[in-house]
Design a protein around this ligand. Structure first.
Ligand code: SER
Length: 340
């Protein structure tokens, strides 16, 4: 008998860490991770095993397929938006071909053990592209079907993978006689920027907010690479994980979409800095604009409409901006840097 497991790709990344922390605290002990980098002690201690390797390595995935019965896949591995602009072809390989490999693994598993495999895919506000700042200001909260004109490789990859997931979930090999509908139970959330008290993102464009906060907590100088008025939606890592778990535990019959917007708060970079300064009055931040990264932020919406997530699976964030700082970011970040 193959052991039944939950697979997390990109387990050593930011959301990977958050997921491991939360699933382990809930008593889930059958987590298997995969990541390009060796998992750190935090992850290793909370997982059954962590494989070092690429999601593009089909032999590695085949080994997983042979060894385990996979119940669910949380596919977090990706090259984020800034990094992807430096290596678009590699980003496409990792973000698209890697996702295709994992969807295929999910299908193969479901066909072999006869039960649906749940598949969680973190999509992003990067799938949106508003044509100008004037339009960005005017349109306000964007719905799932609006402005899907991504301007980054990462955004293109995420948007296409949403469709691939839909295909595997509903239409896979529709001309064959065997019925595969529903075998891959694909669900996706378009995340805003995520701010963790425990980890820093690597290679994203929304990184300016968490970087500002962590630098202030460490007493270090920070150059914020966007204008003070730059505004996109954000949420805490705790809320991001809550959302993933909530969506994944909702009966499929209650979901009217495969892809959902969610949001929590959307301060400008300047407002975010003011909040940081309430707790770290000495925060040493200069606005040194990187026009290229700024133009990516300008193409992302100020706000998203998450009405459908609220209706279908009861999405509601714990943290608005004030509570994000007072209840999560500040207490955890203080204890993190004080103990170093
Ligand atoms: N936070 C991501 C990035 O900045 C977007 O999903 O790339």
């Amino acid at each position: 008998m193959r052991k039944s497991i939950i697979l997390i790709t990109g387990v050593n990344g930011e959301i990977g860490h958050g997921l491991v922390r939360s699933l382990y605290n809930e008593g889930i002990t059958n987590l298997i991770g995969i990541d390009l980098n060796a998992a750190d002690d935090f992850v290793t201690e909370r997982t059954m095993d962590c494989l070092v390797g690429s999601i593009l390595d089909r032999n590695l995935l085949e080994r997983l397929n042979a060894q385990y019965e996979i119940q669910a896949i949380f596919h977090m591995a990706a090259l984020l938006s800034t990094r992807a602009e430096f290596s678009p072809v590699i980003a496409h390989e990792v973000n698209v071909d890697g996702t295709l490999n994992l969807l295929d693994l999910a299908m193969e598993q479901a066909q072999s053990h006869g039960k649906p495999v749940q598949f969680f895919f973190p999509s992003s506000i990067a799938v949106y592209g508003v044509p100008s700042l004037a339009v960005k200001k005017k349109v306000g909260a964007i719905r799932e079907d609006d402005y899907r004109y991504p301007q980054t490789m990462y955004g293109c990859n995420k948007l296409y993978c949403e469709s691939l997931g839909d295909y595997y979930g509903k239409y896979y090999k529709r001309l064959s006689t065997s019925d595969s509908e529903g075998l891959v139970d694909f669900r996706a959330i378009r995340f805003p920027g995520i701010i963790s008290a425990h980890t820093l993102p690597a290679g994203g464009t929304s990184d300016y907010a968490p970087e500002m906060l962590h630098a202030a907590a460490k007493g270090e100088h920070n150059d914020c690479f966007v204008r003070e008025d730059a505004t996109i939606p954000f949420m805490t890592m705790q809320d991001a994980i809550l959302a993933i778990e909530k969506l994944m535990e909702t009966p499929k019959s209650e979901l009217t979409q495969t892809v959902y917007n969610i949001k929590a708060f959307n301060p400008s970079a300047g407002e975010f800095l003011s909040k940081v300064k309430e707790y770290f009055p000495g925060a040493d931040v200069d606005f040194v604009i990187n026009d290229n990264r700024q133009s990516i932020i300008d193409s992302w919406p100020t706000d998203v409409d998450d009405e459908q997530a609220r209706k279908d699976w009861g999405w509601e964030p714990i943290h608005d901006l004030d509570r994000a700082f007072s209840e999560y970011l500040i207490p955890e970040i203080r204890s993190r840097y004080e103990h170093k």
